[in-house]
Design a binder for this molecule. Structure first.
Ligand code: G3H
Ligand code: 13P
Ligand code: ZN
Length: 332
């Protein structure tokens, strides 16, 4: 049993309070390997941004939970070595059972998500409440994110063909009964690099897909019901077309890619949305650079020579998000 405080980590409680009142959102970046972790920390130290390091069940299976936990400890020390101590949260992304959340809490995670969004409302309430009771009763309070509404697309082992927007009429009851610390909602975002079907979009003069706008009306209704309560947006990658083009130029094929435009995320970050989840954009940046280097230098076989440029690009991407989209730069 390790407490996150022993690892130098923090929970989301104070960070969310500051983010909601300051009108910005914390970056929640997924990581599975050392290069992703290093680039996240480099970017967040340089931009003086707090950060949430997210681990999905897929990441746990890929990299091993203990290794990831020790990488988070390493991330704290790395930030210190880079010259600026930023608040770092280690968060379970899309936990799907009480046992998984408990295991992560006992391993040293400072925050967990219990995603009961695929269950009936009453089952979601019961499961989320159970996780909150356990997390909140730890010697060091662990924060819990719940979810109401279903995002279209794939969420780890949970998949859904269609999205169901969060119903504002349910949020007061859900938050009151479960005692969650933050709430993920569905207002039109979805996971992955193809967030909308082409028939849901329009096209610009260059044939690039333009997605339908997020349902800010639903977000506003939710904010009226639970003023100042921390809201989370999943599926918030912008899917930069430059990376899609680079991947395709160097042999990839990513048909019908479309993400959430940055101006919509900037607007969301100024509201009660205080955590914005981004994974796919990092995957795109990394893949684009790896493909480029391997195609341009066919004799290269030292992984550092293609992972290094990918790591540099990731750092640029995360710095840009913190400074120009989320507004978290300068808040650490
Ligand atoms: O929400 C999903 C995240 O992008 C994690 O994806 O399950 O492939 O690690 P993953
Ligand atoms: P993206 O697929 O849009 O990056 O969303 C990631 C996410 O929501 C992780 O929980
Ligand atoms: Zn998600």
């Amino acid at each position: 049993m390790t407490s996150y405080k022993e690892l130098g980590l923090v929970n989301t409680k104070e960070l969310f309070k500051k983010a909601v009142s300051g009108g910005y959102a914390l970056p929640a970046y997924n990581f599975n390997n050392m290069e992703q972790m290093q680039s996240i920390i480099q970017a967040c130290v340089e931009t003086k941004s707090p950060v949430i390091l997210q681990v999905s069940s897929g990441a746990r299976k890929y990299a091993n939970q203990n290794i990831l936990k020790n990488m988070a400890r390493g991330a704290v020390e790395y930030a210190h070595e880079l010259g600026y101590d930023i608040p770092i949260v280690l968060h379970l992304d899309h936990g799907d059972s009480f046992e998984l959340c408990k295991d992560c809490i006992e391993t040293g995670f400072s925050s967990v998500m219990i995603d009961g969004s695929h269950l009936s409302y009453d089952e979601n309430v019961a499961l989320t409440k159970k996780v909150c009771e356990f997390a909140h009763s730890q010697k060091d309070y662990v924060t819990v994110e719940g979810e109401l509404g279903v995002l279209a697309g794939v969420e780890d082992d949970v998949s859904s063909e269609h999205s169901h927007y969060t119903q504002p009429s349910e949020v007061i009851d859900f938050v009151g009964k479960t005692k969650v610390d933050s709430l993920a909602i569905s207002i039109g975002t979805s996971h992955g690099r193809a967030k909308f079907k082409p028939e849901q979009c329009t096209r610009d003069a260059n044939g690039i897909l333009i997605p339908p706008p997020l349902r800010f009306d639903i977000l506003e209704e939710i904010e009226k019901k639970i003023p100042g309560f921390p809201i989370v947006l999943h599926g918030s990658s912008s899917v930069p077309i430059e990376y899609v083009h680079m991947i395709e130029k160097y042999g990839g094929k990513l048909t019908d890619s479309v993400g959430i435009p940055e101006e919509q995320l900037r607007k969301a970050a100024k509201s009660a949305v205080c955590k914005i989840n981004i994974d796919s954009d990092g995957r795109l940046a990394m893949t684009a650079l790896v493909r480029k280097v391997l195609v341009e230098k066919p004799d290269e076989f030292d992984p550092r020579k293609w992972l290094g440029p990918a790591r540099d690009e990731l750092k640029k991407l995360y710095s840009h998000k913190n400074q120009n989209v989320l507004g978290s730069a300068g808040q650490a």
